[in-house]
Design a protein around this ligand. Structure first.
Ligand code: SME
Length: 150
């Protein structure tokens, strides 16, 4: 699916889903099915006042990493930096939490609501160096929209 078609499908999800968990799940399923280099798509959210992330809705293989302390792995680093993190080759990262040996690259984009980093979208790919600025644009758009909904 091209990214323009995806944007249209996302728009109909925003318009039709009233339950936020259902919306997040539908976004994960749409992205994983619609983009060939997206092999695992999930959301992590800050756990209240704790300095940790909790796994939310996801699409793909179940992961053991349902709780990630701030600072640990790519996700935990984004929880602190509030910046996008693209990892072209996960094997070149020291601070990385491996979910599967099949994962080769990863992208994490934070969801910033009213200046606070409330969570993130995390995508794994079985392709090395899979993510481009087109992915950043698509995913930033989703995170910006979610910041107005969640
Ligand atoms: N690789 C992530 C952990 C989450 S899994 O990709 C689902 C990280 O290093 O934070």
């Amino acid at each position: 699916m091209n990214y323009q078609a995806l944007e249209q499908q996302l728009q109909s999800l925003y318009n039709s889903c009233s339950d936020s968990d259902q919306l997040l799940q539908s976004i994960c399923d749409l992205l994983r099915e619609g983009v060939s280099h997206y092999d695992w798509v999930g959301f992590y959210f800050k756990n209240g006042d704790k300095r940790e992330l909790l796994l939310g809705p996801f699409s793909g293989e179940p992961t053991d990493h349902t709780v990630i302390p701030f600072g640990k792995g790519i996700c935990g680093q984004v929880a602190l930096s509030n910046e996008n993190f693209i990892v072209p080759d996960v094997n070149a990262q020291d601070n990385y939490i491996a979910c599967s040996i099949t994962v080769k690259s990863e992208i994490v984009i934070p969801i910033i609501k009213d200046g606070d980093n409330i969570g993130q979208i995390d995508i794994d790919s079985h392709t090395i160096d899979a993510f481009s600025q087109a992915d950043v644009h698509l995913l930033e758009g989703i995170c910006k929209k979610l910041a107005t909904i969640l």
